[in-house]
Design a protein around this ligand. Structure first.
Ligand code: NAP
Ligand code: FE
Length: 368
């Protein structure tokens, strides 16, 4: 089979990697715009980055107003601040929300986009970026995607271009030492979903499959830690590395209707992104097993368990499930059926199939 695999991000991993590789930030430019959330950089990551900037004699401005599920307004505010401080580069510190916002800000700082963020054809002209993840889930530090809330369409929309890949990703699991249990579980489920959805993609290939299998092994190997909420430094590293590998998968394969359906849970009910995927993934995989049994079995084999055990184990991590009216689930299925990642899945999901997954996950408890 012919395929291509592209990964331009230089990944720098290890304890204190930001301080030890401080000189790499110098290459990005003189004035750094740091993009982060309210508290997500206050785990030592901002301190380490500032140490690096000071060592390099770089100036910096901190924009710390990125909300969860970043909005167009926050991107515009960040781009305005980038212009005011004449930023030459962007350093993102945080979970997927600040990392995604940083990409859109780095783009808007250089491109006017008069037709609107979502309609704009992104060019190569984007401020250079370095990403420092403080959650282990989205893999945004190695993807060319920024997922931004789209109020006009009442969903979350991915903007994407090769120029949105960061130049550097700095991976230090010490920033996750105090990550709350719910965020740890939700983000691990997001990463697991990326690896599984990547294997279900029509663009899956030899390299993405190898990355996905290793990712699943690292992430699911930490199942007991996730269930107990007890993490050694090695567990934190495994979760971080599992999430980066999964990011390297979706950077090339894209995601599946799991993400397409999950966006409605987040947009309308504020369900955290990773939790939304975790709620839907086991039932989705069961319907895949009906349609593409061989591929589904390869995934269960990578997980090291059968379909029912996987469903039970994910449920134990999620706790009490949200429930929605059937009418709402029908609306979510109709929305997901229009999402472009329907075509990206090697099993074809009709609107009825999506509704079956939604009902089994969040409705009448239909057993698949
Ligand atoms: P997040 O929305 O970035 O963060 C969730 C919460 O965790 C926030 O309250 C954050 O605080 C807090 N937090 C982050 N790091 C922390 C730390 N080390 N210690 C304590 N608290 C910390 O969550 P996420 O799951 O990482 O990102 C989700 C977003 O990523 C969604 O918008 C999703 O659509 C997107 N996503 C993007 C990609 C991609 O390829 N680009 C892939 C999957 C998902 P603050 O409020 O201070 O930030
Ligand atoms: Fe995701």
């Amino acid at each position: 089979m012919d395929f291509q695999y592209y990964m331009p991000v230089r990944i720098v991993s290890g304890e204190d990697c930001v301080k030890k590789n401080a000189r790499l930030f110098r290459e990005l430019g003189e004035h750094v715009l740091v993009v982060t959330g309210k508290s997500s950089a206050k785990n030592g990551a901002l301190e380490d980055a500032v140490f690096a900037f000071n060592l390099n004699g770089q100036k910096y401005t901190v924009f710390d107003r990125v909300p969860n599920n970043p909005t167009v307004a926050c991107v515009e505010e960040g781009a305005r601040i980038a212009a005011e401080c004449h930023a030459d580069c962007v350093v993102a510190i945080g979970g997927g929300s600040p990392m995604d916002a940083a990409k859109a800000i780095a783009m808007r700082a250089r491109q006017a986009a008069p037709e609107g963020l979502f309609a704009h054809a992104i060019t190569e002209d984007v401020l250079p970026m370095a990403h420092i993840p403080t959650t282990a889930g989205t893999g945004s530090e190695v993807t060319p995607y920024a997922i931004i809330t789209n109020d006009e369409k009442q969903t979350k929309t991915s903007i994407s271009a090769p120029s949105l890949f960061p130049v550097y990703a700095f991976l230090d699991a010490k920033y996750m030492a105090c990550l709350p249990q719910n965020v740890t579980v939700n983000t691990a489920l997001d990463a697991l979903s990326h690896a599984v959805e990547g294997m279900l993609s029509v663009r899956a290939n030899l390299i993405t499959d190898a990355l996905a299998r290793e990712s699943i092994s690292l992430l699911w190997g930490e199942y007991d830690s996730l269930l107990k909420g007890e993490y050694s430094a090695q567990s934190r590293r495994n979760l971080l590395h599992g999430s980066v590998l999964a990011g390297m998968v979706i950077a090339n394969t894209g995601t599946s209707p799991v993400h397409g359906m999950g966006y409605s849970l987040t947009y309308f009910h504020d369900v955290p992104h990773g939790r939304a995927n975790g709620l839907l993934l086991p039932a989705f995989l069961k319907v895949c097993r009906e349609k593409i049994p061989q591929r589904a079995e390869q995934i269960y084999s990578a997980l090291g368990m059968d379909a029912d055990t996987f469903s039970r184990k994910v449920s134990a991590l999620l706790g009490r499930r949200e429930e929605y009216s059937d009418r709402e689930l029908q609306d979510f299925a109709a929305r997901a059926a229009k999402n472009k990642n329907i075509k990206n899945c090697s099993a074809y999901f009709t609107q009825d199939d999506l509704l079956r997954v939604l009902r089994a996950s969040l409705g009448d408890g239909t057993v698949l």
